[in-house]
Design a binder for this molecule. Structure first.
Ligand code: HEM
Ligand SMILES: *[C@@H]1O[C@H](CO)[C@@H](O)[C@H](O)[C@H]1NC(C)=O
Ligand SMILES: *[C@@H]1O[C@H](CO)[C@@H](O)[C@H](O)[C@H]1NC(C)=O
Ligand SMILES: *[C@@H]1O[C@H](CO)[C@@H](O)[C@H](O)[C@H]1NC(C)=O
Ligand SMILES: *[C@@H]1O[C@H](CO)[C@@H](O)[C@H](O)[C@H]1NC(C)=O
Ligand SMILES: CC(=O)N[C@H]1CO[C@H](CO)[C@@H](O)[C@@H]1O
Length: 378
């Protein structure tokens, strides 16, 4: 039987090339990567995967107790830092969970999202953050078990402990990911689903990374915590106010995103934030799905799940049954956590999560992507 990693790699190879071309024709107008650069991303990935899945190297799969012998302190350290940050700022769980999503969807769960950026103008990057939590954990890990734990695994664990901290279940998640040598910011615009997409568009983006309709609906349930900016609802309040929102709610959204009643594009308010779940904003529960039934989905992507025959039954199910939501969220989160992972001898274990190890700047390791390395993030 093939390892999960092989299956994922095969899938990426099979779906990536044809779907990449397809995705270019269906992309939302919010995606602004110049065409010429996109084709370079394509070559990068193809090359990376060709290298990674070399004929005589079978990458090992992830394991639940990967660090049991080499760093038994790992769960305690992550839990401690996430809990301390949550006590200080209960909205910290949102950006910390979203970080894992953004990492996995772009180039696989390989901590590419953490590489320092010199070009941070990706509109889609809103609300990823709390990088200092990752850095704090990594610093402690390097003291207690140096060179052992990958930044990609720290991201996975921070995500599950953030869910736990916000009142959700504590999910066990497979580990053994390794860190990428590269990061290419414009890829984020290509692979991350835009807020303006509806079910068909969202599903295309999910399929691109091997996820399905159930994954789409249940993982959208992450929006039971966290916040969004005016930027992400602009299509629902300007120039026309979406009448699907309850009136009292859209009135608040409009009022809070405008300056004396007028939205001054493009300089609309980038500071105001709304809770994704206005009813129980800090609680990881199934309220998100109840909200969708009451037209309180914040983004077009949220709202669309209750307006599509393919997804409405799943929304109903999770709205009525929190256990079903919790259970499937864990399954789908673990599935997301296996997208395009590097394992075994692939990639590296970064010493500092924001930059690849300098002694690995060997062109032979990554001949094509080198010129894009370390200058961007996603
Ligand atoms: C289905 C496609 C998805 C779309 C279109 C989407 C879109 C968005 C947008 C537009 C924001 C707000 C950004 C801002 O304005 O600051 C957001 C926030 C968030 N998203 Fe998603 N998202 C999706 C899926 C996911 C998934 C799969 C997860 C995690 C499993 C996730 C977790 C979050 C979290 C936790 C926040 C809040 C971040 C914070 O509090 O700062 N999202 N998402
Ligand atoms: C990279 O990011 C880290 C924190 O994540 C920061 O401490 C460091 O100063 C940054 N370096 C550069 C060159 O931007
Ligand atoms: C707000 O964000 C948008 C999209 O990223 C950007 O175009 C605009 O210039 C920003 N406005 C301000 C005032 O920073
Ligand atoms: C809009 O702003 C008001 C005043 O700051 C606040 O009370 C209200 O909760 C905000 N509405 C939303 C939907 O965030
Ligand atoms: C990368 O940059 C070097 C020097 O800056 C250049 O010689 C080389 O051709 C570039 N490689 C690619 C693939 O663009
Ligand atoms: C974390 C990060 O890269 N944030 C940047 C996202 O993009 C905005 C502008 O669109 C920057 O201001 C942020 O610094």
């Amino acid at each position: 039987m093939k390892s999960t990693r092989d299956v994922v790699t095969m899938r990426l190879l099979l779906v990536f090339v044809p779907l990449f071309i397809f995705s270019q024709s269906v992309e939302a107008h919010f995606r602004v990567v110049p065409r010429s650069r996109r084709s370079l991303v394509d070559e990068n990935r193809e090359a990376a995967y060709t290298l990674d899945s070399g004929h005589d190297y079978i990458a090992p799969p992830l394991e639940f107790d990967f660090y049991k012998k080499t760093c038994p302190q790992l769960p305690r350290i992550v839990q401690k830092v996430v809990a301390a940050e949550f006590a200080f700022d209960p909205t910290s769980a949102g950006p910390q969970l979203r970080l894992f999503f953004h990492d996995c969807f772009v180039q696989g769960c390989d901590a590419s999202v953490l590489i320092n950026s010199t070009n941070v103008n990706q509109a889609i990057n809103f609300s990823i953050g709390n990088f200092f939590v990752i850095d704090d954990i990594k610093e402690q890990l390097e003291k207690e078990c140096p060179g052992v734990v990958s930044c990609a695994d720290v991201l996975a664990l921070v995500a599950v402990y953030s869910v736990k901290q916000a009142g959700g279940p504590l999910y066990d998640i497979e580990l053994g990911r390794r860190d990428s040598l590269t990061s290419y910011a414009p890829s984020s615009e290509t692979f991350l689903p835009a807020f303006s997409l509806k079910v068909s568009g969202l599903l295309e983006d999910f399929k691109l990374v091997g996820l399905d309709l159930v994954d789409l609906v249940v993982l959208s349930g992450a929006h039971t915590i966290g916040q969004g900016h005016c930027n992400s609802i602009i299509n629902r309040i300007y120039p026309h106010v979406d009448t699907q929102y309850p009136k009292y709610y859209s009135e608040q959204l409009v009022a809070n995103c405008t300056d004396n009643g007028a939205i001054k594009l493009p300089n609309y308010d980038n500071n105001t934030q709304f809770f994704n779940d206005p009813i129980t904003p800090l609680q990881f529960d199934n309220q998100y799905f109840k909200n969708l039934k009451n037209n309180l989905g914040l983004f077009t992507s949220d709202e669309s799940l209750f307006n599509d025959r393919r997804t409405i039954k799943l929304v109903e199910r999770y709205a009525n049954n929190q256990d079903a939501f919790f259970k499937q969220f864990g399954v789908s989160l673990r599935k997301m956590g296996k997208i395009g992972v590097l394992t075994g001898t692939q990639g590296q274990i970064r010493k500092q999560c924001w930059v690849r190890n300098s002694n690995n700047a060997d062109p032979a390791l990554n001949p094509i992507s080198l010129n894009f390395t370390d200058s961007t993030t996603n």
